[in-house]
Design a binder for this molecule. Sequence first.
Ligand SMILES: *Cc1c(COP(=O)(O)O)cnc(C)c1O
Length: 377
Amino acid sequence: MTDRVRVRMFSPYVTNRAAWNAYRTLTQVHEDGRLWIGEGPRVKEFEEKLQARFGFPYCVALSSGTAALRLALAICGVGPGDEVITVAQTCTATNMPILSQFATPVFADIRYETGNLDSQDIEHRITERTRAIMCVHWAGLPCDMDEIRAVADAYGLPVIQDGAHALGATYKGIPIALTSDFFMTSFQAIKQLTCGDGGLLSVRTQQDYDEARRRRWFGIDRANRVQRLDGYAFWDQAEVGFKMHMNDISASIGLGNLPIIDVLLAQRREIAARYRSALEHVPGVTLFASPDDRVSANWLFTMHVERRDDFCRMMAAKGVEVSVVHIRNDLHTVFGPRRQVLPNTDRYEETNISIPLHNHLREEDVEYVIECIKGGW
Ligand SMILES: *Cc1c(COP(=O)(O)O)cnc(C)c1O
């Protein structure tokens, strides 16, 4: 083994151009000649531009993706004693918000070929306490939304999409966010589009949008407050609100990245395509399914390998970072009974691995990763 890392899994950097754009955006002075740093015009501009580029019907920018999921759950009325059907194979950020709402995550199985929620494993888990179904578009590949929606619709349940990996993905020709009532994404440091930290919730009705805007800021409709003589801007806070809005500093970083998002997504797509064609016939490697009715946002390149420990040892010795990225959440005590009966998740857990994919990978890095894998383990 060597300590020297030659190719990293992720890149927590933005491009120089994005950094420069962010700086210019942030330091553009407003009419009164001052900088606004709280939630102000930049957040609005960021929301409008995201909406235009990604087809969100209505969207609110927030402090994180985790916050966006909590807000979605709150809008769906998820509360103490309720159940939310979700997957175990994900970031704990998917499922912690269910606990924050004092509800219980009910884990459904995934498909071995994609890591995505198995639509066949949902229905028998629905009880009278079920309030929502959550799905994660693993690595950026859209879930089987038609099949998931069919089950959800039959029981009148909302589908909340954890699209933290999936910004820019499409399903049957439409933006992924449009396939259900709630879509969240993340602008955390290493996601496709970053604000340093930030998130977004996309909703489909004016009513949900108004509620999202109020509840991201303590339940206050900031536009319709009544300014009183004593200096207090009054709005009756009639619902539980949070402190999870985005601010103009974060929005400026996001706006700095937005003009190059198509370049960033195209680079990821090209690297993933190169990996696919080069690794397709390598003994011991099984590539994930790549259905041609949907387009992945390629946040990760995950595949299955035989004898994974040997694979990881070999890659580490050659200075290439690889990772399982997230482990099944039912290994964490906080989520309740440990290692639940999820046969595909069991199989997936043994063989899945992600190899480097980010915007600072050079062509020679990609070729080196391929060469290492082709050399065997
Ligand atoms: C990154 C991530 C989140 C959370 O996003 P934050 O912005 O970091 O809160 C949620 N779910 C998944 C699958 C993620 O990868």
